[in-house]
Write a new protein. Structure first.
Lengths: 104, 373
């Protein structure tokens, strides 16, 4: 299976609120909240780190989830957010996608 | 409860400011007859000061940022401010009259990821709109701006402030919003000027016209439900907070003054002298606002409408007491349901202070009669 690279879109608003991240699309005003696991993936979505590596280092290790289950969950999460244009997905590294955005 | 309401509740529980309304200027290219602002520049925050405030707001957890004025585009650094706000990942809403927005500005707003642009329109007829803004040709330019913004795919909300001079054009503005493909929102609230001058309150539409609005299905949905008598308030209502002002939201003026809300001019600190978070967490004024529950309101806690009224603590404050009633909201509750508020009944009673009138009041003590004049 081809590797996935994910990056946060520039057309979103986001903020951490009590351990969860709120995300709203500036394109269609869709509003999401990300739980701790999803937030970890979101924060690691730099466009350069493969999703499989994010899952291994940020999900499996930190949340004690087995690799296969974590990868399935991450794929669903990425699919859903990419459908709303909130995450960008590519089989190549996404350079310069979210460098100017400051996540807090 | 919607996801957004859940997040608001979470922010309330955590004591975090989730929304800030930041006026970046009071200068304006229009001179609207109902405007409460002084448009002279008495020392607006510099670009650097505003950018620093944005950093502080992001660190404090603010998510929703409304940039307003005055007219925001009167500031030459407007786009620099928006750009920084978006880099800091705020959800940015811009309030403007649109007069200075052309294709280039609309494209820039889209490129920066502004979530919503709210534009004031007072009438579909230029002679009425322009008479309110006192800027000839303003309606034409505002509509042109809406078209540019829509062409960019931006979400536009047409804000229709209703007053004596334009009330009868309300349906025309609704039709205009439909034709332009934008959302419509109305606001019948005229507030006193910031210097306390109450003369513009004469522009408020009369109660009987409010009643017509509340009976317009297109605006309120289920009229019967909307205008139903208020249910008896439960403990949750009496322990509830009046609104988000000072609890999860606040307002910052172009001079750095912090207030609980744009409509609640209780000076609570200044970001030129203190860090925003310090003001948010330690201001005695904000703490006082936060301490007030519905049960603490001397008149309103006894009112049938206490659980459903849109009582604005800021308007009450401008009437002299932040724990008192807001008579404009008493009027709305009355016109919506036909049931007078506790404050109306109190005032009706106080009007009869002479000995003869006292006898008349005692003889006619039913609430409905007490309010009738």
């Amino acid at each position: 299976m081809a590797e996935k690279y994910i990056a946060r879109s520039k057309a979103i608003a986001a903020r951490m609120l009590g351990g969860e991240i709120m995300v709203m699309s500036a394109m269609d005003s869709t509003f999401f909240t990300l739980n701790e696991v999803a937030s970890a993936i979101w924060q690691a979505a730099d466009g350069r780190t493969p999703l499989s590596e994010i899952v291994a280092s940020k999900v499996c290790q930190e949340f004690d989830v087995d690799r296969e289950r974590a990868q399935r969950g991450a794929d669903r999460f990425v699919d859903e957010l990419s459908q709303h244009g909130i995450l960008l997905v590519s089989d190549q590294p996404l350079v310069d996608s979210s460098q100017s955005m400051e996540s807090r | 409860m919607s996801l957004l309401a859940e997040m608001n509740q979470k922010a309330l529980n955590l004591g975090l400011p989730i929304s800030v309304h930041l006026d970046i200027t009071y200068r304006c290219n229009e001179r609207c007859v109902h405007c409460y602002l002084d448009h002279d520049d008495h020392g607006e925050m510099t670009t650097a000061e505003i950018l620093d405030v944005l950093e502080q707001l992001a660190d404090a957890g603010v998510f929703f940022l409304s940039l307003s004025g005055g007219e925001v585009l009167m500031r030459r650094d407007f786009f620099e401010i928006v750009e920084r706000a978006r880099q800091l990942l705020f959800n940015v809403k811009v309030k403007t009259n649109g007069v200075m927005i052309r294709e280039k500005e609309a494209a820039r707003l889209r490129q920066l990821g502004v979530e919503q642009v709210q534009i004031s329109v007072y009438s579909h007829r230029p002679e009425v709109h322009d008479a309110i803004t006192k800027l000839p040709g303003s309606l034409k330019r505002t509509i042109r701006a809406i078209r540019f913004l829509k062409a960019q795919g931006l979400k536009v909300v047409l804000a229709n402030v209703l007053m004596v001079g334009n009330y009868s054009d309300q349906q025309g503005v609704i039709e205009l919003a439909k034709e332009l493909g934008v959302a419509y929102t109305l606001d019948p609230t005229i507030t006193p000027k910031m210097d306390g001058d109450r003369s513009i309150l004469a522009l408020r539409i009369p109660g009987s016209d409010l009643k017509q609005i509340f009976n317009n299905q297109e605006l309120v949905g289920d009229v019967e439900e909307f205008c139903a008598p208020p249910p008896a308030p439960g403990e949750d209502v009496m322990d509830g907070v009046p609104c988000s002002a000072g609890h999860t939201a606040c307002y910052i003026s172009p001079y750095g003054d912090v207030f609980p809300c744009v409509q609640f001019p209780l000076p609570s600190g200044n970001v030129r002298q203190q860090k925003f978070l310090d003001i948010w967490q330690h201001s005695t004024q904000l703490k006082e606002v936060r301490s007030i529950r519905a049960r603490d309101l001397p008149t309103c806690s006894t009112c049938a409408h206490v659980g459903t009224c849109t009582r604005c603590p800021g308007l009450a404050y401008m009437e002299g007491n932040m724990r008192g009633p807001s008579t404009a909201d008493c009027e709305k509750s009355y016109q919506r349901t036909g049931i007078p508020s506790a404050n109306m009944l109190r005032l009706a009673g106080e009007a009869y202070t002479g000995p003869l009138i006292q006898i008349q009041a005692l003889a006619n003590s039913s609430p409905d009669h007490a309010f009738s004049r």
